[in-house]
Write a protein that binds this ligand. Structure first.
Ligand code: UDP
Length: 476
């Protein structure tokens, strides 16, 4: 036995979780929220990251310090060329893959960090897109849980499709996902995009991700039983490992932050609008709209006649003609529209009483944030899990309007202004169907808040997760 280990057993080390997020907004944010939840229970947690991402987490670090939470941000050295996912870069899937692969170089620094600790951590929770942590955890002899970023619905679909050897569908017909408790069918093209077989270069990486999930000691999913109970149960049975659902993580951390964003120009504008009248339009941190898509969105919103708050990335208006066109639209729609250039405080926006709908790319964080705030959605998926998150929102939860009608038999049409105007009008309309969508959303909001409150299912799930790794002989 190594000398350090002898010492550990004598000093009764604390329970300590090491969280390894994927470097990128949509992945780091929920892990940071989870770190806050764990630390909020008085359990020591380290969130490892790279220097650029650490700068983005400074606010969290400050809040943790002032609340005296046992949370530390650990900066691992990392080559600066790929330090963090650039915002607005997903069209270049090659560079995203290169970033994911370059993160494998964090294996050495992570192992060195853990070995430098005076005790062995109780558990590593790593993003499923960091399959390189499998080897690190094994070499350290530390249990590893996988954090699956998408919905549990997606994770279960992906698991089943891979298990049945159906990743590559060659037929022209509707493809049905096997082993699901509800019927899930996708068109052939959507299938390839959802399970990432449309980009052969991703094949080996995606297989490693699946293997990393299969080999983990369990999974943590950012969801709650009141939303995805049947899929959590099926996923647990499929994996044969525990699956914890202690979400929505953001409700106990960033919701608080949202209350402090009350001075911004965005919320000042929203304050002037009537209750539930504004449609919020944003496509996450990565999806990049081409100028022709911007024009269709802008004209569609204008044609809908509904008040809107639209987030446009700086990188989407680099062309002078796109910038000019957008300025003209802003002038024409100044009475009822607001364009935010760059980054918007999404959680604060979704929790504002004026917001009555959200047009989203169906990134899981965005969809969960919306549902947990009681805001129904127009769904416009672009890539990967987003296609199945759309099916969950529309077919299973009944809280979404697809931007273009779904037809599993057909190839996907490009979205044009008519689609946008129709979907927004439908979402924000007064009919019985729209009312029912709103009612369901409000119910999910109640359930989400109930789940996170003491005694709720998510609160209990976190307790169970922590207890599974709690070190005996010491009070946390
Ligand atoms: N987000 C934000 N402001 C923006 C755009 C995105 O706060 O202007 C946040 C959003 O609240 C969510 C995350 O960034 O937490 C995006 O994650 P998601 O899974 O929805 O999509 P991704 O960016 O991974 O495609």
């Amino acid at each position: 036995m190594a000398p350090a280990e002898t010492e550990k057993s004598i000093t009764l080390p604390p329970t300590h979780f090491v969280l390894v997020p994927l470097m990128g907004q949509g992945h780091t944010t929920p892990m940071a929220d989870l770190a806050c939840l764990i630390a909020g229970r008085g359990v020591r947690v380290s969130l490892v990251t790279t220097p650029v991402n650490a700068a983005r987490l400074r606010g969290l670090a400050d809040r943790a310090r002032s609340a005296m939470l046992p949370l530390e941000i650990v900066e691992l050295p990392f080559p600066p060329a790929h330090d963090g996912l650039p915002r607005g870069s997903s069209d270049n899937s090659d560079s995203v893959l290169q970033l994911f692969l370059s993160l494998y170089r964090l294996a050495g620094p992570l192992e060195a960090y853990v070995r430098s600790l005076p005790w062995r951590p109780s558990c590593i929770i790593s993003d499923s897109c960091n399959p390189w942590t499998v080897g690190v955890a094994r070499s350290l002899g530390v249990p590893r849980l996988t954090f699956t970023g998408p919905s549990c619905f997606y994770s279960l679909c992906d698991f089943n499709v891979a298990k049945h050897g159906l990743l590559h569908r060659g037929d022209d017909h509707t493809c049905v996902v096997p082993g699901m408790p509800v019927r899930v069918d996708l068109s052939k093209d959507t299938w390839a995009a959802a399970f990432l077989t449309c980009i052969p270069a991703w094949g080996k990486f995606v297989e490693e991700v699946r293997e990393g999930i299969r080999m983990a000691d369990g999974a943590v999913v950012n969801t709650f039983l009141g939303l995805e109970e049947q899929f959590v149960a099926c996923y647990e049975a499929a994996l044969g490992k525990p699956v914890w659902a202690p979400g929505p993580f953001f409700l106990n951390s960033r919701n608080e932050e949202a209350r402090t964003v009350n001075q911004s120009a965005v919320t000042a504008w929203l304050d002037k609008m009537d209750q539930s009248t504004v449609v919020y339009v944003s496509f996450g941190s990565l999806a990049q709209m081409l100028p022709k898509q911007l024009y269709e969105i802008g004209h569609g919103l204008e044609d809908s006649g509904k008040p809107f708050l639209w987030v446009v990335k700086e990188s989407e208006t680099v062309l002078p003609e796109a910038k000019e066109w957008l300025q003209a639209l802003e002038t024409r729609t100044a009475r009822h529209g607001l364009v935010v250039h760059g980054w918007a405080p999404q959680v604060a926006i979704l929790s504002h009483r004026a917001v009555g709908g959200f047009m989203t790319h169906c990134g899981w964080n965005s969809l969960l944030e919306s549902v947990a705030q009681g805001v129904p959605v127009v769904t416009w998926p672009h890539f990967g899990d987003q296609f199945l998150n759309e099916r969950l929102a529309v077919d299973v939860l009944g809280v979404g309007v697809p931007v273009r009608p779904f037809d599993a038999e057909k190839a996907v049409d490009p979205v044009v202004r008519g689609h946008i105007a129709r979907a927004v009008s439908e979402l924000m309309g007064d009919g019985a169907v729209a009312e029912e969508r709103r009612r369901k959303c409000k119910e999910y909001r109640e359930r989400a808040h109930g789940a996170m409150a003491k005694g709720g299912s998510s609160h209990e799930n976190l307790t169970l997760l922590l207890h599974s790794f709690m070190r005996s002989g010491r009070k946390e």
